[in-house]
Design a protein around this ligand. Sequence first.
Ligand SMILES: Cc1cc2nc3c(=O)[nH]c(=O)nc-3n(C[C@H](O)[C@H](O)[C@H](O)COP(=O)(O)O)c2cc1C
Length: 121
Amino acid sequence: MNNLSRILYISRASIGVGDDKFNKILYVFRKNNRERDITGILCGGGGHFIQVLEGPQAELFRLYGKILEDRRHYDSVVIGVAPIEERIFSDWAMGYMSSPGRLLGRFTNRSGCFSYHCFNA
Ligand SMILES: Cc1cc2nc3c(=O)[nH]c(=O)nc-3n(C[C@H](O)[C@H](O)[C@H](O)COP(=O)(O)O)c2cc1C
């Protein structure tokens, strides 16, 4: 066991995404994550955020606790959280994509249902 975990959540955005201001915020997230060995991807679109965070369990839960309190979004719902053997986003301190559907597709099976198999892989 390497003590790595992954969390996937969805929330409603209270800020705009994809503009200059947002890019500056993203820069800060990446800097923080590098320092804390957190990787993942953030997806903003259609008034929602979807984020996957991966890293050492204690750091991961500490960060998610902070994120929960962040007023830049609300109504956060955890879709999946699990210990993992390997990271999916090992090269990304925090990647960004604008299509929530594509990211969710990474964790669903052919019927479009959330798949633990995809999530734990
Ligand atoms: C949708 C969303 C995603 C976030 N993702 C990260 C992230 O990946 N890394 C990070 O450090 N902060 C992220 N934050 C910001 C945190 O909520 C928090 O402001 C940040 O960790 C700074 O905390 P600190 O300076 O008090 O330690 C995110 C916030 C929101 C609204």
